[in-house]
Design a protein around this ligand. Sequence first.
Ligand code: PRP
Ligand code: URA
Length: 209
Amino acid sequence: MKNLTVMNHPLISHKLAILRHKDTDGKAFRELVSEIAMLICYEATRDMKTTPVDVPTPLMTAKCHMITSEKPVLVPILRAGLGMVDGMLTILPAAKIGHIGMCRNHDTLEPEQYYCNLPSDISERTVFVLDPMLATGGSLAAAITLLKEKGAKNIKVLCIVGAEVGCKKVLDTHPDVNIYLGVLDDRLNEKGYILPGLGDAGDRLFGTE
Ligand code: PRP
Ligand code: URA
Protein backbone atom coordinates (compact mmCIF):
# COMPACT_ATOMS: atom_id res chain seq x y z
CA MET A 1 0.00 0.00 0.00
CA LYS A 2 1.45 3.37 -1.02
CA ASN A 3 2.40 5.64 1.92
CA LEU A 4 2.20 2.76 4.41
CA THR A 5 5.47 1.75 6.12
CA VAL A 6 5.19 -1.37 8.26
CA MET A 7 8.09 -1.74 10.69
CA ASN A 8 10.03 -4.90 10.15
CA HIS A 9 12.46 -5.00 13.02
CA PRO A 10 13.30 -7.66 15.62
CA LEU A 11 13.12 -5.18 18.51
CA ILE A 12 9.57 -4.17 17.59
CA SER A 13 8.52 -7.79 16.95
CA HIS A 14 9.82 -8.83 20.37
CA LYS A 15 8.17 -5.97 22.23
CA LEU A 16 4.89 -6.53 20.35
CA ALA A 17 4.81 -10.18 21.41
CA ILE A 18 4.89 -9.12 25.07
CA LEU A 19 2.48 -6.22 24.49
CA ARG A 20 -0.14 -8.51 22.96
CA HIS A 21 -0.03 -11.07 25.80
CA LYS A 22 -3.23 -11.00 27.85
CA ASP A 23 -1.25 -11.34 31.12
CA THR A 24 1.02 -8.33 30.53
CA ASP A 25 0.25 -5.89 33.35
CA GLY A 26 -0.44 -2.17 33.08
CA LYS A 27 3.07 -1.04 34.03
CA ALA A 28 4.75 -3.24 31.41
CA PHE A 29 2.07 -2.37 28.84
CA ARG A 30 2.68 1.37 29.28
CA GLU A 31 6.46 0.94 29.08
CA LEU A 32 6.19 -1.15 25.92
CA VAL A 33 3.82 1.29 24.17
CA SER A 34 6.27 4.07 24.95
CA GLU A 35 9.31 2.09 23.76
CA ILE A 36 7.63 0.96 20.52
CA ALA A 37 6.56 4.55 19.83
CA MET A 38 10.19 5.62 20.21
CA LEU A 39 11.32 2.98 17.72
CA ILE A 40 8.62 3.89 15.16
CA CYS A 41 9.59 7.55 15.61
CA TYR A 42 13.10 6.69 14.41
CA GLU A 43 11.66 5.63 11.04
CA ALA A 44 9.04 8.38 10.83
CA THR A 45 11.73 11.07 11.21
CA ARG A 46 14.06 9.64 8.56
CA ASP A 47 13.35 12.49 6.12
CA MET A 48 13.96 15.32 8.61
CA LYS A 49 16.11 18.07 7.18
CA THR A 50 19.57 18.76 8.60
CA THR A 51 21.88 21.76 8.32
CA PRO A 52 25.68 21.48 7.99
CA VAL A 53 27.55 22.76 11.06
CA ASP A 54 31.22 22.97 12.01
CA VAL A 55 31.84 21.42 15.42
CA PRO A 56 35.14 21.94 17.27
CA THR A 57 36.16 18.55 18.67
CA PRO A 58 39.13 18.48 21.10
CA LEU A 59 41.33 17.68 18.07
CA MET A 60 39.98 19.61 15.05
CA THR A 61 36.83 20.84 13.35
CA ALA A 62 34.31 18.18 12.32
CA LYS A 63 31.78 18.68 9.54
CA CYS A 64 28.50 17.67 11.19
CA HIS A 65 24.77 17.90 10.50
CA MET A 66 22.11 19.08 12.93
CA ILE A 67 18.33 19.32 12.88
CA THR A 68 17.79 23.07 13.21
CA SER A 69 14.73 24.08 11.21
CA GLU A 70 12.26 21.24 11.87
CA LYS A 71 9.27 22.12 14.04
CA PRO A 72 7.44 18.97 15.15
CA VAL A 73 4.12 18.73 16.94
CA LEU A 74 2.80 15.55 18.51
CA VAL A 75 -0.95 15.03 18.43
CA PRO A 76 -2.07 12.04 20.52
CA ILE A 77 -5.64 10.87 19.92
CA LEU A 78 -7.19 10.60 23.39
CA ARG A 79 -7.08 8.49 25.21
CA ALA A 80 -4.80 5.72 23.98
CA GLY A 81 -2.50 7.99 21.97
CA LEU A 82 -1.30 9.51 25.25
CA GLY A 83 0.64 6.30 25.87
CA MET A 84 2.93 7.10 22.93
CA VAL A 85 3.81 10.69 23.92
CA ASP A 86 6.68 10.01 26.35
CA GLY A 87 8.52 7.75 23.89
CA MET A 88 8.16 10.33 21.15
CA LEU A 89 9.40 13.13 23.43
CA THR A 90 12.51 11.09 24.20
CA ILE A 91 13.46 11.49 20.53
CA LEU A 92 11.84 14.88 19.88
CA PRO A 93 12.16 16.78 23.20
CA ALA A 94 11.38 20.18 21.66
CA ALA A 95 8.09 19.09 20.09
CA LYS A 96 4.90 20.90 20.96
CA ILE A 97 1.90 18.78 21.88
CA GLY A 98 -1.70 19.13 20.72
CA HIS A 99 -4.61 16.94 21.76
CA ILE A 100 -7.63 15.55 19.94
CA GLY A 101 -10.29 13.64 21.86
CA MET A 102 -11.95 10.98 19.73
CA CYS A 103 -14.16 8.18 21.02
CA ARG A 104 -15.53 5.35 18.94
CA ASN A 105 -19.25 4.81 19.37
CA HIS A 106 -19.58 1.19 20.53
CA ASP A 107 -22.73 0.54 18.47
CA THR A 108 -22.01 2.36 15.20
CA LEU A 109 -18.16 2.26 15.41
CA GLU A 110 -18.29 5.86 14.17
CA PRO A 111 -15.85 8.32 15.80
CA GLU A 112 -17.19 11.09 18.02
CA GLN A 113 -14.94 14.09 18.61
CA TYR A 114 -15.07 15.54 22.14
CA TYR A 115 -11.91 17.66 22.45
CA CYS A 116 -9.45 19.62 20.33
CA ASN A 117 -6.57 21.82 21.49
CA LEU A 118 -3.77 22.44 18.97
CA PRO A 119 -0.84 24.87 18.77
CA SER A 120 -1.74 27.98 16.73
CA ASP A 121 1.29 27.53 14.43
CA ILE A 122 0.30 24.01 13.40
CA SER A 123 0.42 24.92 9.68
CA GLU A 124 4.21 25.45 9.98
CA ARG A 125 4.86 22.18 11.77
CA THR A 126 5.29 18.53 10.90
CA VAL A 127 2.40 16.82 12.65
CA PHE A 128 2.92 13.39 14.19
CA VAL A 129 -0.50 11.90 14.93
CA LEU A 130 -0.29 9.20 17.62
CA ASP A 131 -2.75 6.36 18.18
CA PRO A 132 -1.69 2.80 19.02
CA MET A 133 -4.74 1.24 17.31
CA LEU A 134 -5.89 1.66 13.71
CA ALA A 135 -9.01 -0.53 13.34
CA THR A 136 -11.74 0.70 10.96
CA GLY A 137 -9.70 3.87 10.43
CA GLY A 138 -12.69 6.08 11.26
CA SER A 139 -11.07 7.83 14.24
CA LEU A 140 -7.83 8.61 12.43
CA ALA A 141 -9.51 9.72 9.21
CA ALA A 142 -11.72 12.11 11.21
CA ALA A 143 -8.76 13.38 13.27
CA ILE A 144 -6.76 14.11 10.10
CA THR A 145 -9.73 15.93 8.55
CA LEU A 146 -9.91 18.08 11.69
CA LEU A 147 -6.15 18.74 11.63
CA LYS A 148 -6.37 19.87 8.01
CA GLU A 149 -9.29 22.18 8.86
CA LYS A 150 -7.01 23.72 11.51
CA GLY A 151 -4.27 24.27 8.92
CA ALA A 152 -2.02 21.20 9.19
CA LYS A 153 -0.26 20.37 5.92
CA ASN A 154 2.49 17.88 6.65
CA ILE A 155 0.98 14.94 8.52
CA LYS A 156 2.51 11.62 9.57
CA VAL A 157 0.56 8.96 11.44
CA LEU A 158 2.21 6.60 13.93
CA CYS A 159 0.29 3.50 15.03
CA ILE A 160 1.36 0.28 16.71
CA VAL A 161 -1.25 -2.26 15.52
CA GLY A 162 -3.33 -1.74 12.38
CA ALA A 163 -5.83 -3.61 10.23
CA GLU A 164 -5.54 -3.42 6.45
CA VAL A 165 -9.09 -2.15 6.04
CA GLY A 166 -8.35 0.77 8.37
CA CYS A 167 -5.06 1.68 6.71
CA LYS A 168 -6.84 1.67 3.37
CA LYS A 169 -9.62 3.92 4.66
CA VAL A 170 -7.16 6.49 6.05
CA LEU A 171 -5.02 6.54 2.92
CA ASP A 172 -8.01 6.61 0.53
CA THR A 173 -9.45 9.58 2.47
CA HIS A 174 -6.07 11.28 2.91
CA PRO A 175 -3.65 10.16 0.18
CA ASP A 176 -1.18 12.88 1.21
CA VAL A 177 -0.40 11.43 4.66
CA ASN A 178 2.11 8.72 5.56
CA ILE A 179 1.36 5.93 8.02
CA TYR A 180 4.11 4.26 10.07
CA LEU A 181 2.81 1.05 11.59
CA GLY A 182 4.34 -1.42 14.05
CA VAL A 183 2.48 -4.43 12.67
CA LEU A 184 -0.31 -5.13 10.16
CA ASP A 185 -2.88 -7.55 11.60
CA ASP A 186 -5.35 -9.85 9.86
CA ARG A 187 -8.86 -8.53 10.32
CA LEU A 188 -11.53 -7.01 12.59
CA ASN A 189 -14.12 -8.88 14.62
CA GLU A 190 -17.84 -8.00 14.59
CA LYS A 191 -17.24 -5.37 17.32
CA GLY A 192 -14.50 -3.66 15.32
CA TYR A 193 -11.61 -5.03 17.41
CA ILE A 194 -8.39 -5.92 15.64
CA LEU A 195 -7.58 -9.66 15.46
CA PRO A 196 -5.32 -10.96 16.86
CA GLY A 197 -4.67 -7.42 18.17
CA LEU A 198 -4.06 -6.70 21.83
CA GLY A 199 -7.54 -5.90 23.11
CA ASP A 200 -8.61 -2.40 24.12
CA ALA A 201 -5.46 -0.27 24.24
CA GLY A 202 -7.04 2.57 26.26
CA ASP A 203 -8.34 0.17 28.90
CA ARG A 204 -5.01 -1.65 29.18
CA LEU A 205 -3.08 1.64 29.45
CA PHE A 206 -5.33 3.24 32.03
CA GLY A 207 -6.76 0.25 33.90
CA THR A 208 -10.39 0.87 32.90
CA GLU A 209 -12.85 -1.57 31.36
C1 PRP B 1 -9.56 3.31 20.09
C2 PRP B 1 -8.19 3.58 19.53
C3 PRP B 1 -8.48 4.42 18.32
C4 PRP B 1 -9.79 3.85 17.84
C5 PRP B 1 -9.53 2.94 16.68
O1 PRP B 1 -9.99 4.40 20.83
O2 PRP B 1 -7.32 4.19 20.44
O3 PRP B 1 -8.60 5.80 18.60
O4 PRP B 1 -10.36 3.11 18.93
O5 PRP B 1 -10.71 2.49 16.11
P1 PRP B 1 -11.16 2.90 14.66
O6 PRP B 1 -9.94 2.79 13.78
O7 PRP B 1 -12.19 1.86 14.32
O8 PRP B 1 -11.73 4.27 14.70
P2 PRP B 1 -11.39 4.37 21.66
O9 PRP B 1 -12.48 4.93 20.83
O10 PRP B 1 -11.59 3.00 22.20
O11 PRP B 1 -11.12 5.40 22.80
P3 PRP B 1 -10.09 5.36 24.03
O12 PRP B 1 -8.71 5.55 23.44
O13 PRP B 1 -10.53 6.50 24.87
O14 PRP B 1 -10.21 4.04 24.71
N1 URA C 1 -9.45 0.07 19.68
C1 URA C 1 -8.71 -0.70 20.49
O1 URA C 1 -8.25 -0.25 21.55
N2 URA C 1 -8.47 -1.98 20.10
C2 URA C 1 -8.93 -2.49 18.95
O2 URA C 1 -8.66 -3.66 18.65
C3 URA C 1 -9.71 -1.64 18.11
C4 URA C 1 -9.95 -0.37 18.50
